[in-house]
Design a protein around this ligand. Sequence first.
Ligand code: C2O
Ligand code: CU
Ligand code: CU
Length: 565
Amino acid sequence: MKKSFFILLLIVNQHLAAQNPIIIPDTLSGTRFNLTLQYGTHPFFNGTATNTMGANGSILGPTLIFNQGDSVSINVTNQLNDTTTIHWHGLHVAPENDGGPHTTIAPGATWSPAFTVLDKAATYWYHPHLHKKTNEHVSKGIAGIIIVRDAEEAALTLPRRYGVDDFPLVLQTKDFNPNNQIVVPSNADDVAMVNATINGSLEVPAQIVRLRLLNGSSMRVFNVGLGGNQTFYQIASDGGLLSSPLALTRLPLGPGERAEILVDFSALEGQSLLLKSYAAELANGIYGATYPGLNTNMTLDGYNPNPLNGADFTLLQFNVVAATNNPVTAIPTSLVTVTPIPESGADLTRELVMSPVTMGLNQLNGDFVINDVPFNMAIINYDVPLNNTEIWSITNQSAIAHPFHIHDVQFYVLDRDGQTPPANERGRKDVIMVKPQETVRFITKFENFANNTVPYMYHCHMLYHEDRGMMGQFLVVDRIAGLGHEQGQPLAVFPNPASTTIRLAVGPEIQVQAVTITNLLGKTVFTVAAPAVATPIDISQLPAGVYIVKLLHQRGEASRRLVIE
Ligand code: C2O
Ligand code: CU
Ligand code: CU
């Protein structure tokens, strides 16, 4: 008697639950865009107003539609009482347009980046990126979708009517306090939402529909699937279409990752289908599994108990209605030619190790670091010569999986622990999950943009980890001024940071006349005339700090920033 009553309640609840039509963000298109960052309130729960932040509204932001090749300009006005930044996640833009932590927008100020859209058709996103505040600003609501369109994609028979047969779905979890206010940071994110709508539903036509999935969560990994294990087809990864649609029943998505999928609703008119996270299938050692650490004795403050951890849960209910005019009725057999960069083309490999600051059973609470150093706004971790092709080898020496993200580029995954990656990771990516004890290698080329002072970031996209220092930065450095790109060689100072000696690398056509090192006060602390370039320069007597290395050559001078540790 008691039991059947309970079951009935559950059924009624489930039925009542998924009935909030989700928000579909407005679109902005053209070449001039205005975004205003503002405070607001949002009715996540009936009857209460939750304080939020949004762009051009109280939560999330409009979907920006860019065409490849267009020159776009954007005004981002900050009406918050807090400094912030806006980063175009996944787009290949110059560092000064990238919106990283150095490109701050003060309260009341407007930042106006302008750039040419060089990216391939795919789903990107924008979000704040102020150092130590990224988690707060994103969790409180600022995140928007960017759709890039290009000719290659336009030539395919794919759904692309926004809000009709093509929908952005921002998948997130958040933690709310008893007053229904967002708690950040928190490992107790027990409320799932799609487009800021809890227990959401979406009417979809009975035909092939495109879903642009973004994991916009601070921390949580979703294991996306459809009710009844219905097959869907992944057509794009973070930065471009795949070579052909991939039939899947599960798609793990880490924070920051995107995927476009096609779902065939044509036989389901009048019925419903659930979009779920099959988190019960997540291996331990992933945020979202029963145990967030590989070692099940490791605990993470606030993590358990949580009904979303290690349990399957619903993200969204699709209610299938009549088909539209001119529906897309078939899954294409092929998409685009994906041309990964061959491993043999690499100029060098950089090794990055992600590790907890303290090993042991409490390590999940962090902090985590990359190559043993926490992020420091004043330290450039790498100088990357412009046009270098590089392999980045990322090793995770911690007990929890981290989504590694790099700005400026899309990359191709070479291998996971030496094994060819799964088919859906063989396209263009800018975030890659690195599991505990795993090494993932990717290859990429640093083209088009160089700047000797404004760096790009790389970091863990679990926003608490990022804010706490699991981030680094690199400059893409141009060829020496006055020499053509083609003949010119980069001036590189290495290693950098350095502690004992440094060496210079310059092109053979350059006649070095002098090298000087100055400190940040402009005082020359080292100088040598007509040095033999290959000879190491002893810097062991110089105090730790930031220096400028200046090289005088026959056509002028070049300088690089050097960190002495
Ligand atoms: Cu989506 Cu550096 O960020
Ligand atoms: Cu990014
Ligand atoms: Cu992390």
